[in-house]
Design a binder for this molecule. Structure first.
Ligand SMILES: C[S@@+](CC[C@H](N)C(=O)[O-])C[C@H]1O[C@@H](n2cnc3c(N)ncnc32)[C@H](O)[C@@H]1O
Length: 272
């Protein structure tokens, strides 16, 4: 498989805010599920594709001075050095860079969120993540199930006011077209529970969740995503300029509410 270039540009002036908005939406659930697995002081955690880095910083707090966190990303510049002795930030491509020998089969917990959707070969990505988990450790993979016709129709039910549903639908169609180009899969979350079982993991569990968001937030992940992809969305021919502007305007209004995306959290443990 040839891999498409990563879709977003870390140097875009709003990319940090866009990723922080994603963190605002999903960190509470990610932390909740990871707490339930028993994360404790002294754990060694790997965060892959850390983005703006809030989960990596949380891991650093949570595992304390006796633990360690390795945080990797294709482009790590949105989390400059934090001065935390237990947090190491490394530029690393999950799909082409080898893990250091001391990081192989080493981690109590390997976590990644919203990264697989950008990598067409999910099975290979999961195998690479698994290589880092120590015997008896946990792999937690979170990814979206968004924009495909079935999930977009489900999300549309939560779009209010009703008059906004048409423009929401057009936006999801165009977004789906852009997000699937190059073999990317914005529906990959749905396959995670089975994929985790097929990896031979035990105690596999998964949950689907979706925040219902009000418009008017200072940083809104969907609004910033649409602003960034604006021209590519128009180029699909599935939405016109007026509809895009209408959708962007809705996301600025506190009377608008909608589901930006469904997220699947899946976890499983390697055998001792
Ligand atoms: C949508 S962001 C998600 C960021 C963060 N995980 C979160 O959920 O808040 C995807 C991140 O994955 C990184 N990424 C994409 N492909 C990657 C790869 N092959 N190896 C490592 N990181 C990758 C991107 O640079 C980006 O920071």
């Amino acid at each position: 498989l040839t891999r498409p270039a990563y879709l977003y540009d870390v140097t875009w002036r709003h990319e940090q805010a866009r990723l922080q908005a994603l963190e605002d939406l999903f960190d509470p659930a990610s932390r909740y599920f990871i707490e339930r697995l028993g994360i404790a002081q002294g754990w060694q955690c790997l965060e892959v594709g850390f983005g703006a880095g809030s989960m990596a910083v949380w891991f650093s707090d949570r595992v304390g001075p006796s633990g360690r966190v390795l945080a990797t990303d294709l482009d790590p510049r949105l989390l400059p050095s934090t001065g935390r002795p237990n947090l190491r930030i490394v530029q690393h491509d999950l799909m082409s860079d080898a893990l250091a020998p001391e990081d192989t089969a080493a981690f109590d917990l390997v976590h990644t969120r919203a990264v697989l959707a950008h990598i067409p070969d999910h099975a290979a990505a999961l195998r690479r993540l698994l290589q880092a988990v120590r015997p008896g450790g946990w792999l937690v993979v979170e990814d979206m199930d968004a924009t495909g016709p079935v999930m977009a129709a489900a999300a549309e039910r939560y779009t209010s006011p009703l008059a906004a549903q048409g423009v929401y639908r057009a936006c999801m169609r165009a977004l789906h077209e852009v997000l699937t180009q190059g073999g990317r899969d914005p529906g990959c979350g749905a396959a995670l529970p089975t994929a985790m079982r097929e990896l031979g993991l035990q105690n596999v569990g998964a949950e689907l969740h979706a925040p219902i968001v009000a418009g008017g937030a200072e940083r809104d992940c969907m609004r910033l995503t649409i602003e960034y992809l604006h021209d590519r969305l128009l180029a699909t021919g599935l939405i016109d300029r007026r509809e895009l502007e209408q959708f962007l305007q809705l996301t600025r209004e506190s009377t608008f509410s909608y589901v930006p995306l469904f997220m699947v959290t899946a976890w499983g443990r390697t055998s001792d």
